[in-house]
Design a protein. Structure first.
Length: 281
């Protein structure tokens, strides 16, 4: 069983939902990337999505776009991201780490070499935004053969046929995009998300992680009521961007994540789950 699958199994037994922060590798500074990942785990992250900087992150809003630009300006490459993943894994053998990014850096690196490097680094999952499932069977098979979960996106506009195709290929979890638009967009309609998640569950057997548009602890807790995991990225990056950098950026991210963790766990407790209450004691 993969780290991702075992993490979801453990949390389900406890009646808890997974919290998955996203950060861009190399932002706010290259030397802070690995310490930031460890700090997020200490603040309550169950898994982490680590963004690979790219010059045209088309699914991302302005906050993450700026993070990509800052990282690229400092010379951050896919090779360096893989090295940071390896360093993180050396210090944390348990927390799942997912690389999230775009096809171009992987194609330039070489798909086979990329999969081998991910395996060597201890990466648990890979999500490539612009690898559609219709063209990803071979890539997903390569990842699976290396013990890495291929993760795919579903959107509010996804058809039943697309959902079933993703269900056949995906591993670990499926990332449900909560709204039409880019990361960090506002006006999240939680009731609408809950209805759509219920529909997706008719076609997808894996855990569903919901992201895009979750900006605070209350929103995360509300989404946790219908999803298996909550993904939050733009707000974390925004808070670090507004800080004075260095340790202050890390503290801003950690403090915010602790608030989100507490809110999500309170929502589980208020649901009266006896397994959660036992773990909480």
């Amino acid at each position: 069983m993969s780290r991702i699958a075992s993490t979801f199994e453990r949390l389900a037994a406890q009646g808890r939902k997974a919290l998955i922060p996203y950060v861009t590798a190399g932002d706010p500074a290259p030397e802070t990337t690995v310490p930031l990942l460890h700090a997020l785990v200490a603040a309550g992250a169950d898994m982490i999505e680590l963004g690979v900087p790219f010059s045209d992150p088309m699914a991302d809003g302005p906050v993450i776009q700026r993070a990509n630009e800052r990282a690229l300006a400092r010379g951050v490459s896919l090779r360096q991201v893989l090295q940071w993943a390896k360093e993180f894994r050396a210090g944390d053998p348990d927390t799942p780490l997912v690389l999230m990014g775009y096809a171009n850096p992987i194609e330039r690196y070489g798909v086979e070499a990329f999969v081998d490097a991910c395996s060597d680094a201890g990466v648990d999952g890979v999500l490539v935004v612009d690898y559609p499932p219709e063209e990803s069977a071979d890539f997903a098979a390569r990842l699976r053969a290396a013990g890495i979960d291929p993760i795919f996106l579903l959107a509010p506009t996804s058809t039943a046929a697309r959902m079933e195709q993703v269900d056949r290929l995906a591993g670990g979890y499926v990332y449900y995009v909560s709204l039409k638009g880019v990361t960090g967009a506002a006006h999240l309609d939680v009731a609408q998300v809950a209805r759509r998640v219920q529909e997706v569950r008719r076609h997808v057997r894996l855990p569903l992680a919901v992201g895009f548009g979750i900006r605070d602890a209350a929103g995360a807790a509300a989404v946790a009521g219908c999803a298996d995991a909550v993904i939050i990225g733009s707000r974390i990056i925004e808070l670090m961007e507004q800080s004075s950098g260095g340790e202050q950026a890390q503290s801003a991210a950690s403090d915010f994540l602790r608030e989100v963790r507490a809110a999500v766990d309170r929502a589980s407790a208020s649901a009266g789950n006896p397994a959660f209450e036992e773990v909480s004691r």
